[in-house]
Design a protein around this ligand. Structure first.
Ligand SMILES: [Zn+2]
Ligand SMILES: [Zn+2]
Length: 421
């Protein structure tokens, strides 16, 4: 018999693990809602051209990592490798960009890149991301950064995080920086790693964030973007910082944070950690004022970030700070047909009150049902046999202590809805 396995780099998420993901995602939803964001859900499959146009044909994502295919209708499609382009596509297509350009949106879900699988990096991975459209104000950048900091630091209590921010200039001031950088790199080309030699031509800024030690050393005195900022970029960055201070968000200015694509401008930021090895960013974000127009929409500014959920989950496991509400199951041991008939309506009522209830479908012996309840992790077992039925009572047994009490059937709903609320 053929044994089927999951695709390499794509993982199942099983219980009880799923509960952690739910808890994390709920916390993110609640946090974003408190800042006035609404959820957007876009399809997992998009036309390939959307990503070649937005992510860029020369990036390694588009060159090597996309899951692209031609469907039965000869349409070139791709499993989304990131979340921003689909959101921008939808923002334009729905008419939002023209009618209600001010929008604060968040999304969460699977993304796909055919990378080499490694710890915390998978071919199907999950991102939680947000986008703000319709404002170029530095306050938007700052409050968005404060929000993700709030989530990671205040809500999730993650230790050893650092927020690094930069401004990568704009279409006005960046070209001169790039020219200077290119000249600088050209004189050192042979000594750079092969990745950098390739990036140098297509995407010179990306050389600056090469993780290779030798490259880092070579680039120590490379030109820095901040020497080239125009007045607008300078004051925008100053205001972002002032606002972060106002919001009590600690940050470090790191001029090596870059973005490889033309439509990124001004604010670029990352939340990094020392706990994940060299691949240390948990959150990456920035301003992309040119993207909406590049994808055929009006000239509307935007800023956003994405969180890598798998990596965040690794950090949470390590720190042990994610609190998942303890499951409180009640198991009913219904002994015989009469007990089922009398108690199933009560079970339904309990469920309507939000109590998690299970009972044995197999109609087994009391001993077997007790064993089953234990396996399910039940906190209580409610035992109902003929004798109990005759007296309109049940036995409520607390498994952890072994305590058992007799209780009137009428009291069950009140009792457990209080215990489980
Ligand atoms: Zn500028
Ligand atoms: Zn390098």
């Amino acid at each position: 018999m053929t044994k089927y396995t999951a695709v390499k780099g794509m993982n199942d998420c099983l219980p009880p693990e799923t509960r952690k993901w739910q808890a994390l995602e709920q916390l993110a939803r609640d946090t974003f809602a408190s800042y006035g964001y609404s959820e957007i859900r876009t399809p997992i499959v998009e036309k390939t051209a959307l990503f070649t146009r937005s992510v860029g044909e020369t990036t390694s994502i588009v060159e090597k990592e996309m899951y692209s295919f031609v469907d039965q209708g000869d349409e070139a499609l791709t499993l989304r490798p990131e979340g921003t382009a689909p959101v921008v596509r939808s923002y334009i297509e729905s008419g939002m960009a023209n009618q209600h350009p001010n929008a604060k949106l968040y999304y969460m879900g699977p993304m796909f890149r055919r990378e080499r699988p490694q710890k915390g990096r998978y071919r199907q991975f999950h991102q939680i991301g947000v986008e703000i459209f319709g404002t170029a104000a530095p306050a938007a950048d700052a409050e968005m950064i404060a929000m993700v900091w709030d989530l990671l630091d205040h809500q999730l209590h993650l230790p050893d995080l650092a927020l690094e921010i930069n401004s990568i200039g704009c279409a006005g001031c960046r070209p001169e920086f790039l020219r200077t950088l290119e000249t600088y790199l050209a004189s050192r080309a042979e000594k750079l790693c092969t990745d950098c030699q390739r990036r140098m031509k297509k995407n010179p800024m990306r050389v600056l964030d090469c993780k290779n030690e030798k490259c880092r050393e070579l680039l120590q005195d490379a030109p820095s973007i901040h020497e080239f900022w125009c007045e607008g970029c300078q004051s925008h960055f100053t205001e972002v910082q002032a606002m972060l201070k106002l919001l009590h968000v600690p940050y470090i200015v790191n001029h090596r944070i870059v973005r490889g694509l033309d439509y990124y401008m001004r604010t670029a930021f990352e939340v990094i950690t020392t706990r994940l090895g060299a691949q240390s960013a948990v959150v990456a974000g920035g301003r992309y004022d040119g993207l909406v127009r590049q994808l055929g929409g009006p000239d509307v500014p935007g800023v956003g970030f994405a969180i890598g959920e798998e990596r965040l989950m690794l950090l949470l496991e390590d720190a042990g700070t994610l609190s998942v509400k303890e499951e409180q199951h009640v198991c009913f041991a219904l002994l015989g047909e009469a007990a089922r008939k009398a108690l199933l309506p009560v079970i339904r009522e309990l469920r309507h009150h939000g109590v998690s209830v299970q009972w044995d479908y197999e109609d087994r012996s009391l001993k077997a049902q007790m064993k089953h309840a234990d396996k399910l992790g039940a906190k209580w077992v409610v035992i109902v046999g003929d004798e109990e039925l005759a007296n309109k009572v049940v036995q409520v047994k607390t498994l952890a202590t072994g305590d058992q009490e007799t209780m009137s059937i009428d009291k069950l709903v009140t009792y457990f809805s209080e215990k489980c609320s």
